[in-house]
Design a protein around this ligand. Structure first.
Ligand code: SF4
Ligand code: FES
Length: 397
């Protein structure tokens, strides 16, 4: 499910498999232990904060079953241990059981990141039999009215609750992913309780990150500073109260922070994903940066070669590409200059300091803009779809 991203491990040391030098002529960068596979961009939901690119891959461009199987075998061979099947909506692919089975056969731990609305109990059971190890379901709110409106899909919330129940009945571990923004943050305490009631192991409280579709919907989604402070306090109290029962991951929106997030653990350091058409990308939003040529698994290069040697991965790796103020900043090897996609979206140059950083000359302007939008009247969504987006009607349908 495309509004949900797997958590990037906090440090590189235990998240990388060491590649053999003989595979490459360049300096060796360990391959990430977990890889995100966006097997399709098709999705029945239309979330306005979708992390997919605004230019979606159509089904005709998707890798075939055999091509994905080859990718899975190659990933296992180079030391990847875990794959996240995501999208779009991964269950929109008819071959998902086959792909999970293959992943399992080659020794990969498998996580399904799903909106759940297309699943039947029978299909979930088939996936479990094929070796599926974990299920992550996105929720848009706590009650049908708001949740279905955010997703642009009637009946979705009720179905998600049902699938979450089946997940636990089949003894699969469950993560609840809740993407939070101005229009649903007031429901956070109930979302935490819902996760406990659903017997989830983990809850991801992920505040929207503003690129792609979310950037287009920023005025309708941006929370106020007061909302965020309250959200942080609620998460802290719940972590304490639910210790040992529910793990809560918390992602804050960085517009209101003084330092940017170490996006993707640093470009080309801890993470890559594969797009529906087979492009190997340093992050899910990387194709929004123009002028970079991302190689595909259909090229005559191996995935390991692309990771280590391709121009796109090396362009923003490390610190050599940085301009001031990052270049001489003491934090440059801690946050690696923040998010390249956000820097590109907000400044037009991915090599600029991410404006989420207080040291960026644009920080103040962006911060003020966010504050003004948070206090503004806009609440209608531009729904994500293949047509480039559809504006929600005035009565919210
Ligand atoms: Fe990070 Fe660059 Fe800001 Fe320093 S100036 S804190 S390296 S983003
Ligand atoms: Fe692409 Fe942050 S989302 S580098």
């Amino acid at each position: 499910m495309s509004d949900v991203l797997p958590t990037i491990p906090p440090d590189t040391s235990d998240s990388l498999a060491v590649l053999e030098k003989s595979r490459s002529t360049a300096e060796t960068f360990g391959i990430p232990l977990a890889v995100l596979l966006e097997i399709t961009h098709r999705c029945p939901l239309q979330c306005p904060y979708c992390s997919n690119p605004v230019e979606l891959d159509r089904s005709g461009k998707e890798l075939t079953t055999d091509e994905w199987k080859k990718v899975l075998s190659e990933l296992a061979e180079i030391g990847v241990l875990q794959v996240h099947f995501s999208g779009g909506e991964p269950t929109a692919r008819k071959d998902l059981v086959d792909l999970v089975k293959h992943a399992s056969d080659v020794g990969l731990y498998t996580n399904l990141i799903t909106s759940a609305v297309l699943l039947t109990r029978e299909k979930l059971s088939e996936l479990a039999d094929a070796g599926l190890c974990h299920v992550q379901i996105s929720f848009q709110g706590i009650e049908e009215g708001l949740a279905d409106r955010v997703a642009g899909y009637k009946g979705g919330h009720r179905k998600k609750l049902e699938v979450a129940k089946w997940t636990r009945e089949l003894d699969l571990p469950l993560t609840v992913n809740a993407v939070m923004h101005r229009q649903n943050l007031h429901q956070l305490p109930d979302i935490i309780q819902m996760s406990v009631d659903l017997d989830a192991d983990r809850l991801e409280v992920a505040n929207v990150q503003y690129y792609g579709w979310a950037l287009k919907n920023r005025a309708a989604l941006m929370p106020t500073v007061a909302q965020l402070d309250e959200c942080t306090a609620i998460v802290e109290a719940a972590r304490e109260r639910l210790k040992g029962r529910l793990t809560i991951d918390y992602v804050v929106p960085d517009y209101y922070a003084l330092r940017p997030k170490k996006c993707m653990g640093g470009w080309g350091r801890q993470f890559f994903n594969i797009s529906p058409a087979g492009k190997v990308l340093p992050c899910h939003a990387a194709e929004s940066i123009t002028g970079l040529d991302f190689l595909s698994v259909r090229s005559n290069h191996s995935i390991a070669w692309i990771w280590q040697n391709s121009e796109a991965f090396n362009r923003y790796r490390g610190t050599g590409w940085m301009k001031e103020p990052c270049k001489s900043c003491e934090f440059r090897e801690i946050d690696f200059g923040g998010c390249r996609c956000q820097a590109f979206a907000l400044t037009g140059d991915a090599a600029n300091t991410d404006p989420a950083c207080a040291l960026s000359p644009l920080h103040e302007t962006i911060f003020k803009q966010a504050e003004a939008e948070a206090e503004g009247e806009t609440s209608r969504f531009l729904y994500r779809n293949f047509a480039g987006g559809t504006l929600e009607s005035e009565n919210g349908t």
